[in-house]
Design a protein around this ligand. Structure first.
Ligand SMILES: Nc1nc2c(ncn2[C@@H]2O[C@H](COP(=O)(O)OP(=O)(O)O)[C@@H](O)[C@H]2O)c(=O)[nH]1
Ligand SMILES: [Mg+2]
Length: 217
């Protein structure tokens, strides 16, 4: 079992390195969005696309076990999207992203958002060749989740605490959530956002600007 898993991961890593080179050569910022189901990945993308589409070309690879609902939401927000259904699979793999890119054909100097299958476990193991993983934790999920799913929070460069508009109704301590994330990943950056009301979205856009500049170096 362990041998087989190591082989699968090694094959994935080799393909992810190929994807990373492909992005680098085209100065594309590629972000891998990970979270539990319903944390707000698609909502965050919809608002980001609506706010930034005249500034930065954005295209999206959508991963879900079934349906093309998220791909349709993204297209309605004004960006090109390719939907990948993983069936029984709990994560996207680098070869799926490679195929998605061949169809999507993102332009030079653009941004590619990859919405991974919703769960905080398997997507942490599979490198897709992204520039960074973005983990989204919503305030209805409990502030202890970074301690319970440390691999995901360790792998992420940035944590978005989403649905802060709901804070008056839940017992979620944002400071504790950020502290817990920093216990497993002292370098993680944390932003407080409501993808519904737009609160905190400017900080997210500043971070995207900064990472876009880095992908051009
Ligand atoms: N109150 C509130 N609801 C949100 C926010 N972001 C997303 N939602 C809702 O949470 C649900 C799941 O969102 P979705 O974007 O589909 O999550 P995904 O599964 O991570 O892509 C939907 O009903 C959204 O409208 C937010 O910032 N505040
Ligand atoms: Mg979604």
């Amino acid at each position: 079992m362990i041998e087989l898993e190591a082989q699968i991961l090694a094959k994935n890593d080799a393909l992810a390195a190929k994807n990373r080179g492909w992005f680098l050569g085209r100065e594309i910022l590629a972000l891998n969005l990970v979270s539990s189901p319903g944390a707000g990945k698609t909502t965050l993308l919809e608002r980001t696309i609506r706010d930034l589409k005249n500034k930065i070309p954005i295209s999206v690879i959508e991963g879900d076990q079934a349906t093309s609902r998220d791909g349709e939401r993204i297209r309605a927000a004004g960006a090109a999207a390719v939907q990948i259904n993983t069936g029984a699979g709990c994560h996207l793999e680098a070869d799926m992203v490679e195929k998605g890119l061949a169809e999507l054909k993102p332009p030079f100097g653009s941004m590619v958002m990859i919405e991974n299958v919703g769960n905080l476990v398997c997507p942490a193991l599979f490198d897709l060749g992204e520039s960074a993983k973005v983990v989204i934790l919503s305030v209805t999920e409990g502030d202890d989740k970074p301690l319970k799913y440390p691999h995901m929070f360790k792998a992420a460069e940035i944590m978005i605490v989403n649905k802060v508009d709901l804070l008056p109704h839940v017992d979620f301590d944002v400071g504790a959530a950020i502290g817990n994330a920093m216990k497993v990943n002292p370098a993680i950056l944390a932003l407080r956002v409501s993808a519904r009301t737009g609160e905190g979205m400017d900080d997210w856009y500043d971070w995207l600007d900064h990472r876009m500049l880095q992908s051009r170096l």
